[in-house]
Design a binder for this molecule. Structure first.
Ligand SMILES: [Zn+2]
Length: 442
């Protein structure tokens, strides 16, 4: 840790240990903890506080926070005040440990920079875009090289009277990182994207009683594709290649979406993509998906390691198609269900495992068990679960490639499979690869 990175921690300790330690002593202590004990800065701070008689948990609660500009945030602040303007805000409902709660997130800006924020607890002020707020007792974290501002149970949002923070346009533009579509994820802040429009449609929607026109569709580059929504008419046309500056990201069930808001600039560019290889751009690993949260038309190749409960012969509500247990639909009450086949697979690709739901047609094709045969078997044995047991050996340990949309919820990412292919294993290539690996290990 260099001098510059150390300074805010030094200042924080100095403030909390006022009168208990000289600057020189404090410098020596920090050096001992960091360079001799080789502990993290947070552990060092706790250790030093404890040593000089300040309960680190207590001082952390009651200690005065320091106030900082956004560009001075290091991502390690545990108690900091930030006066900034809400550049963009959004309320959303998330599930934390099985409980649903409302949080507010968005982007804060001041004259030095911008950073994403999340208010996790006690949303006591309705944050309005364009207004200036004082975030008190915030903490920060670093994610993907970007500092994020968080407000937990100790934090507070105040609206100072007559104070206004300006965020120069050039800062927002500078903060708008140029990014490949395949790398876009929630919390990416403002982004600049270049891609080709695959489709666009115009719809009227009603927002707070007002009719608005929204232009939405799909845009792709050589790394992936993403859904976009534009709230102004940029005269977007299919097959146009465009550069979008200052778009922002919102996620729906883990799938990032590109939003072209008021500060967005759109320009036509020469097409440098040639033929976009849709298959190549949608190929992802489970680890990619875990870090992004979801995606459209994603392909994953891996080994089926489990056929999970809820697979095989299932009952569905004839009205809404939900799967039902004990002839009871959560929306329609008592119903006479219809039979269907499906598989809930766990697929492992070496980087991680993901759930995938396979529909009847593909289930029949891959396992060779038809719906009619499954019904017959279940009736003959008086047991519906026999169907899944029958299917399991036909699918488990098979290598397959699945393509579909991946959504995330509290159970993690899950693919709704549109297409299943049995992977053609290159036996010779695989053997050579294995041989090389073994050889390298000798
Ligand atoms: Zn129903």
């Amino acid at each position: 840790m260099n001098e510059e990175e150390l300074t805010p921690h030094f200042e924080e300790l100095k403030k909390e240990l006022e009168g208990k330690i000289t600057d020189e002593q404090l410098r020596k202590e920090l050096n001992t903890y960091l360079n001799e004990y080789r502990v993290t800065i947070e552990a060092a701070k706790r250790g030093i506080k404890r040593k000089y008689g300040v309960d680190p948990t207590l001082s952390f609660v009651t200690g005065d926070s320091i106030s900082k500009k956004i560009s001075d945030l290091t991502g390690t602040e545990m108690n900091v005040d930030i006066l900034a303007r809400a550049v963009f805000t959004e309320k959303k409902t998330v599930t934390v440990r099985g409980e649903s709660k409302t949080i507010v997130s968005g982007i804060l800006g001041d004259e030095t920079g911008t950073a994403p924020f999340t208010v996790w607890e006690g949303v006591n002020v309705d944050l309005v875009k364009g207004e200036t707020y004082l975030f008190k007792n915030a903490y920060t974290k670093k994610w993907n090289e970007k500092v994020q501002i968080n407000l937990g149970s100790r934090g507070k949002v105040e609206k100072p009277e007559g104070v206004k923070v300006d965020v120069p346009d050039k800062i927002i533009a500078a903060e708008s990182a140029e990014i490949k579509i395949g790398d876009i994820r929630d919390g990416a802040g403002n982004v600049t994207v270049t891609g080709r429009i695959l489709s666009v449609e115009t719809r009227n929607i009603t927002v707070k009683g007002e009719t608005k026109v929204v232009h939405s569709g799909l845009i792709a580059d050589d790394t992936g594709k993403i859904q976009f929504s534009a709230w102004n008419d940029y005269n977007l046309k299919e097959k146009d290649s465009i550069c979008i500056k200052n778009a922002y990201i919102r996620s729906w069930k883990g799938i990032p979406q590109l939003n072209l808001g008021d500060r967005c600039e759109v320009s036509k560019v020469a097409d440098s993509f040639g033929v976009i290889d849709a298959a190549a751009s949608s190929r992802k690993t489970v680890a990619d998906i875990m870090s992004i949260g979801g995606g459209l038309d994603v392909s994953i190749s891996g080994t089926v390691v489990d056929l999970r409960g809820g697979s095989g012969l299932i009952n569905r509500c004839p009205q809404c198609n939900r799967s039902v247990l004990n002839d009871e639909c959560t929306a329609h009450g008592k119903v006479t269900p219809v039979f269907d086949l499906r598989m809930k697979l766990t697929i492992d690709d070496g980087t991680g495992a993901i759930s995938a739901i396979v529909n009847r047609q593909d289930t029949e094709r891959i396992t060779g068990v038809t719906l009619a045969a499954a019904e017959g078997l279940a009736k003959a044995r008086g047991d519906t679960e026999i169907v899944a047991r029958e299917m399991a050996p036909k699918i488990i340990m098979k290598r397959i490639t699945v393509t579909g949309n991946v959504l995330s919820d509290e159970y993690g990412p899950m693919m709704i499979v549109k297409k299943v292919e049995e992977a053609k294993v290159d036996v010779k290539g695989e053997a050579e690869r294995l041989f090389k690996e073994v050889e390298a290990a000798l």
